[in-house]
Design a protein around this ligand. Sequence first.
Ligand code: 5RP
Length: 226
Amino acid sequence: MNDKEKVAKYAADIVTNNMTVGLGTGSTANCFIEALASRIKNEGLKVTLVASSVVSMIKAKSLGLSVASIEQIQSLDLYVDGADEVSPDNTLLKGQGSDLVREKLLARSSKQFIVLVDQSKMVARIGERFAIPIEVLPFAWQLVKQSIEVFGANGVLRKNSNGSGLAVSSQGSLILDMVFDQELETGQLNAILDSIPGVVEHGIFYQLADIVLLATDGDVKEILTL
Ligand code: 5RP
């Protein structure tokens, strides 16, 4: 079992009967979906599942799991997802899967949000390794880009995986990947991006995680963030 599988199994073992569980997006979240599917199959665990993207819904269905639509649920007990960066102030950067609004909606609505990472995701500051993904209404992208550039940023619309077109979220938004040349404090950057009209959602998950599960050299360490 590699580190991703280990941390995913650790999280899947936290799930109990009758929970409503949100499924994240990405390779680590996929390992969680597999580990949970195996418990459902082998132990008869009963859960209601919702997905943070079309991709994770397809993954869950490919393993024989039923997935409810977000409209059908009132609340979540647990949301489990990966992250691209985790900073010491418990901020995450997410969004390589291009489904930010669904991911943040599930993270915010859940009683517990558990994040699965390995050491490579731990950074000193958000934006150290990745541009900040910003999900925008398609007609608003140029005006949003200009509004963000005022804060010393530059960026591009994200391309799809083969580079032939643009990346599009599950509900038809575009993604701007913005790099900031000045170091803004994360809380300040979060507030700025929250306030720009036309931004559907962005990849800064400011102090939202309850537990970060960190896989290091075969061990899983729980970092409580509250
Ligand atoms: C998707 C995400 C992912 O959780 C993040 O990109 C990490 O992915 P991986 O587990 O493949 O490293 O935010 O939008």
